[in-house]
Design a protein around this ligand. Structure first.
Ligand code: SF4
Length: 450
């Protein structure tokens, strides 16, 4: 998962991109980068860390970073916040990635994961291409410059015709921008308008951040060109939609509209459906912050069990799921129980998903240490049994507890008095789209493309 942002023809392009990236920070926390254009040259700056760490002004080094933002001149910009699923987490893999070919610069910001990257890279290297990163994204740029086509959109089309997997991306040159989405539409990308300028963002919450107006989603298979003449969808690679259902479960911000669905609303509905499928006799419902809170509210509504805000989250600790290392230490730093609310109560603990179960085991223990009489865990998505190859970091099947253990065994492993999951059918029926329009591979192993 990553967050991408673009703005074409606005006098404050770099600052707006910087602000837009704040809205997308939840999608990637490893590195931040912005590239701008003044119509002649691309100006680039990238750093490891959060947007606020890369572009700040509170100390000597940070003052230099602020100068870096001011040096990003021009009226067009793209930005990226990274969460690595392919390639190491280091500065050379930070995006946007830029290459120069025959005097022309191309810069790309990509969200997704290419499934045939290794083969494509091997073929390109056999034919003389020299890579400067080990990220899958760079392959797209090399395929573009191999294309004999002259126009940017035609080069992009040639490149994307050869790659497989998940990609929502923005490519810019000194005077044009192209947005594209894979034919399945795994990852979201939306088009908006700010004043007279077009903006693009992984999620609509970034538009709210900059007071831009949402226009529409980029369509699976679409290549959208933006230049001084306006915006135009130029090519379509038709395929069936397979939007990532996990965006609804966990990744997208609750104030975003993703694939035409309000995230807070769908998560509440998951919780309502979970309560219908798996009722329990309890005194209070507690949501695991932040992404379990909406389902907990839905569960409380249907079950008529009081919702209690009994876990306080420290917002200064990064989301554990998204960190490349250090998972085991982060739970206690991040979540603090409110003992008075928990003591002597039978608790329903609602969370959005169970990946490895380490976190849940600690939260259940936390509840019991606080004097909970019983802890019943309810998960507002089905058991995750398969890894994702489309941009979410669940690298091996072995790491997924539900791939090898039954629900009963997981319940014992986490120390809960009961454990139940939302059914896949129940989850899909909560959406307003045709149920066939979603990728559900991590729950059922049905991969749309490999
Ligand atoms: S495998 Fe799961 S996480 Fe990956 S795209 Fe499909 S639904 Fe989303």
């Amino acid at each position: 998962m990553c967050g991408i942002f673009g703005i074409f023809d606005h006098k404050d392009a770099a600052t707006i991109t910087y602000e837009g990236l704040f809205g997308l920070q939840h999608r990637g926390q490893e590195s931040t980068g912005i590239v701008t254009s003044d119509g002649n040259t691309l100006y680039k700056d990238k750093g490891m860390g959060l947007v606020s760490e890369v572009y700040v002004k509170t100390n000597k080094e940070a003052r230099d970073r602020q100068v870096a933002l001011e040096n990003l001149i021009g009226d067009t910009a793209i930005g990226h916040v990274r969460y690595s699923t392919s390639g190491d987490s280091n500065l050379s893999n930070a995006q946007p990635i830029t290459i120069i070919h025959k005097g022309k610069e191309y810069s790309i910001a990509h969200n997704g994961n290419l499934t045939n990257y290794e083969k494509l890279r091997e073929d390109l290297e056999d034919n003389g291409s020299v890579f400067k990163t080990n990220s899958d994204t760079e392959v797209i740029l090399h395929l573009m410059i191999k294309s004999k086509k002259r126009n940017l959109e035609n080069k992009v089309f040639d490149a994307l015709s050869q790659v497989k997997g998940a990609y929502s991306l923005i490519i810019m040159t000194k005077d044009e921008m192209v947005a594209a989405m894979d034919p399945y539409g795994f990852r979201p990308l939306s088009l908006g308008k700010l004043d007279d300028s077009y903006v693009l963002a992984s999620e609509t919450c970034a538009f709210d951040q900059i007071d831009a107006e949402y226009i529409r989603d980029i369509i699976p298979g679409e290549i959208l060109k933006i230049n001084k003449d306006g915006q135009k969808a130029v090519f379509f690679l038709p395929k069936e939609r397979k939007h990532c259902i996990f965006e609804y479960v966990y990744f997208a911000r609750p104030n975003s509209v993703v694939f035409n669905e309000y995230m807070h609303g769908i998560r509440e509905e998951f919780g309502r459906q979970l309560a219908r499928e798996h009722p329990v006799d309890a005194d209070i419902v507690i949501g695991v912050p932040d992404s379990g809170m909406y389902a907990a509210w839905g569960f409380s509504q249907v079950s008529d069990i009081m919702l209690k805000f009994a876990i306080s989250r420290n917002h200064y600790i990064p989301r554990s799921f998204i960190q490349p290392s250090g998972r085991k230490q982060s739970v206690k730093l991040k979540l603090s129980p409110i003992k008075k609310s928990i003591k002597d109560n039978k608790v329903v603990l609602v969370d959005d998903s169970l990946v490895r179960s380490n976190t849940m085991k600690k939260i259940v223990k936390m509840m019991k240490d606080c004097g909970a009489k019983e802890v019943h865990v309810r998960i507002s998505s089905p058991p995750i049994t398969n890894p994702c190859y489309y941009g979410i970091d669940t690298p091996t099947k072995q790491e997924l507890i539900a791939s090898s253990k039954s629900v009963k065994d997981i319940q014992k492993a986490i120390g809960a008095d009961s454990l139940e999951y939302l059914s896949l059918k129940g989850m899909l029926n909560c959406t307003r789209r045709c149920t066939k329009e979603f990728c559900t591979a991590c729950f059922d192993g049905k991969y749309p493309v490999l």
